[in-house]
Design a protein around this ligand. Sequence first.
Ligand code: TRP
Ligand code: SF4
Length: 350
Amino acid sequence: MMSTTEAKSTTPPRVLSGMRPTGKLHLGNYMGALYNWVKLQNEQSADGGRKYECYFFIADLHALTTDYADTSKMQENSHHVILDFLAAGLEPELSTLFVQSDVLQHSELFTLFAMFTPLGWLERVPTYKDQQEQLKEKDLATYGFLGYPLLQAADILVYQPDFVPVGQDQVAHVELTREVARRFNHLYPHAKGEILPEPKVLLTPSPRLPGTDGRKMSKSYGNTILLSDPEPEIRKKLKTMVTDPARIKRTDPGNPEVCPVYDLHKVFSSEETRRKVREGCTTAGIGCIECKGWVADAVVAELAPMQERRRRYEANPALVTEILQAGSVRAQRRAEQTMVEVRAAMGLGR
Ligand code: TRP
Ligand code: SF4
């Protein structure tokens, strides 16, 4: 027990990350982000306490930057994503879970950052032109879409976090965030040190996760396995998965190293199963159907506890609402601490 004379331990490093509400999440979303978030949430420090103070949120404003013309799915998508957060093992007692638009400080800081961020910085972010090319059917010549990474900088810096766990595709955005922080600190120096310390990227190792067609698993390719897919659906989808294209007949030996099914074995199966696959595949001792059955077993086993949790939360929508409400209050409180300093530094408030 801690005696009253003992110094209160310092707060653990803060971690913050977000995800756009794209609807029900798939295995790629899980391995690329959620899996790592849950690990960070559960890490313990030497004294048995939490190693990190975690904030995870649903970036619904970011969804609007590309989907402003059809907002009919916004509520539903956010609801599915929070269910998947909870199903994956994020716990409201251990992490602050909230929806971006419920915490107005994000939008306020975005507005203030807009005052001193050169247009060139935003035009040069690689995802800006890339995404405009890729999403040709949407008109993304908007102010909001150009501002996407600046809103992300506000999301991050409003919590003055130490670490931002993201995949490789988000590194440029965190880099911009650091530049914005530097410019802010330069323009508005503070006697007691920098108001917005530069956060570090915590690069999440994400194994290549192929979809059923062998391309990267992605909603836009229609090749996903959802965290919430029922077992028969998972088995059906995996049965149609592409394999080593050189293995045409059952009697042809195959090469697991070029087979997308084996990529899934690498992530989800035991070493024992992987050994059986390598042995059986290269000697034509097993068929691809059998091999896919084994990978389905592993995926089903991984998802079973998540689906059980999902069902519990699905049956109790009031609890989910309560969790987000409490999360947004905690997030607002922390964000407001930052904003008090930011407003004063920029000559606002009284
Ligand atoms: N842009 C991120 C993505 O597409 C989502 C995001 C929004 C985010 N704000 C963030 C991630 C802040 C980390 C920190 O995945
Ligand atoms: Fe791929 Fe398995 Fe078929 Fe080998 S046996 S080609 S690893 S699916």
